[in-house]
Design a protein around this ligand. Structure first.
Ligand code: NAD
Ligand code: MG
Length: 395
């Protein structure tokens, strides 16, 4: 690249799976990118290590205690990193006028405020944190339209769809798009006997056949709630009607999604399952940069399979469609109930097959309201969490 100054990047959730992959890509292009801020909730020693290597101006942790710990770890360095903590610190480094690009890679609803702050500040926002978009749907999209921020999808499927669409793409209709085919591997339990599913362990659920990811999204992949959240994400990002999106199970995770056009063309984006490809694509868009990912060897790969999803086995897919149809606060309720249920499953307090049951019960009892702003989103989220905890206790 010819530009004189490097782009300044804040990586929210830098110690996570996406955060680490992002730093790997950034490190390959030191002339092109400088790290402005790194943030983490736990794993402070790892964050300290990242600070030594990437020399950000800011590091943000979740608590004051974490800030003290990080300060001590960096005490012997001639380190000029300024340490902040809490949601305010995250919002500050997401919206700082000196920042060009924000990687939103915090997991779950905790990422909503900083991601929205980046959108409102008109940043180039690389969105991995799908939960933020799903829960706040219309509020998020209105903020985007107001600020003119550039939102680029990191989720491999949405990044693939983006790559298969003409850019810019004002409307699917005008672009001649009939359908979006959202692919998913089916996770580790695609072929496991349904009668066994009630006793699968968190470690089994997190052992994804193709992707190495954080534990929450790994469980979401095992229940296919991940595909449900992605279905809502796709409706929002591409302004698609629910019936324009079809989920296709593709166990090899080589085709990352497809777009079907009215002339019979089906465009697919393919690649090895490695998140550094969508990260590099979004970082440099519209240019292409090295991501460190090896080229796909189709001959070695041999075959690609596709099948319809099994709705009986994966009720979360149905629940996500119902939430999208209900609109308003329903996706926020779906997401909050899922986060509580997944956490309980990971703590060994809930059977795998009870995850959808908890979510369904919470959705049945929650009132659907219009999302007028961030407060309404957070109220819906908070109430659904309370309700989910009550359902858990009753079980
Ligand atoms: P992860 O659990 O590996 O990492 C999460 C990061 O967020 C960590 O740095 C953690 O410290 C931070 N964090 C967690 N809770 C926080 C809180 N309350 N406050 C502040 N920071 C907090 O997760 P991941 O797999 O990297 O996923 C991150 C996001 O990207 C998720 O929304 C996920 O759905 C999405 N995503 C991930 C992948 C993948 O391959 N891992 C693919 C597509 C989308
Ligand atoms: Mg995905």
């Amino acid at each position: 690249m010819q530009s004189q100054t490097a782009q300044s990047v804040s990586v929210l959730g830098s110690t996570g799976s996406i955060g680490v992959s992002t730093l790997d890509v950034l490190a390959r292009h030191p002339q092109r990118y400088a790290v402005h801020a790194l943030t983490a909730r736990g794993r402070i020693a790892e964050l300290a290590q990242q600070c030594r290597r990437f020399k950000p101006r800011f590091a943000v942790v979740a608590t004051e205690k974490g800030a003290v710990e990080l300060r001590q770890l960096l005490a012997d360095e001639a380190s000029s990193v300024e340490i902040l903590w809490g949601s305010e610190g995250l919002c500050q480094v997401a919206s700082d006028p000196q920042v060009d690009v924000v990687m939103a890679a915090i997991v779950g609803a905790a990422g909503l405020r900083p991601t929205l702050a980046a959108v409102e500040a008109g940043k180039k926002v690389l969105l991995a944190n799908k939960e933020a978009l799903v829960m706040a749907g219309p509020v998020f999209m209105r903020a985007l339209a107001r600020s003119g921020a550039r939102l680029l999808p990191i989720d491999s499927e949405h990044n693939a769809i983006f790559q298969c669409l003409p850019q810019p793409c004002a409307s699917l209709e005008e672009a001649g798009v009939e359908k979006i085919l959202l692919t998913g591997s089916g996770g580790p339990f695609r072929t496991r006997a349904v009668s066994d599913l009630h006793r699968v362990t968190p470690d089994e659920a997190c052992a994804h056949p193709n992707w190495s990811m954080g534990r929450k999204i790994s469980v979401d992949s095992a229940t296919m709630m991940n595909k449900g959240l992605e279905f809502i994400e796709a409706c929002l990002l591409f302004n698609a009607r629910p019936e324009q999106i079809e989920v296709v199970v593709h166990p090899q995770s080589i085709v990352h999604s497809m777009v079907q056009y009215r002339d019979g063309s089906l465009l697919a984006q393919m690649g090895n399952p490695d998140m550094r490809t969508p990260i590099a694509h979004a970082l440099a868009f519209p240019e292409r940069i090295d991501s460190g990912v090896a080229a796909l060897d189709l001959i070695a790969q041999g075959r690609l399979d596709f099948e319809a999803p099994d709705i009986q086995r994966f009720p979360c897919l149905r629940l996500a469609r119902e939430a999208m149809d209900a609109g308003g606060s329903a996706p926020a309720v779906l997401n909050a109930a899922n986060e509580v249920a997944v956490e309980a499953f990971l703590e060994g307090k809930l059977a795998f097959t009870s995850i959808p049951a908890v979510i369904e019960q919470v959705m049945k009892s929650a009132q659907v309201v219009e999302l007028t702003g961030l407060d309404a989103v957070e109220t819906a989220d908070c109430n659904a969490r309370l309700q989910a905890r009550q359902v858990l206790e009753a079980l």
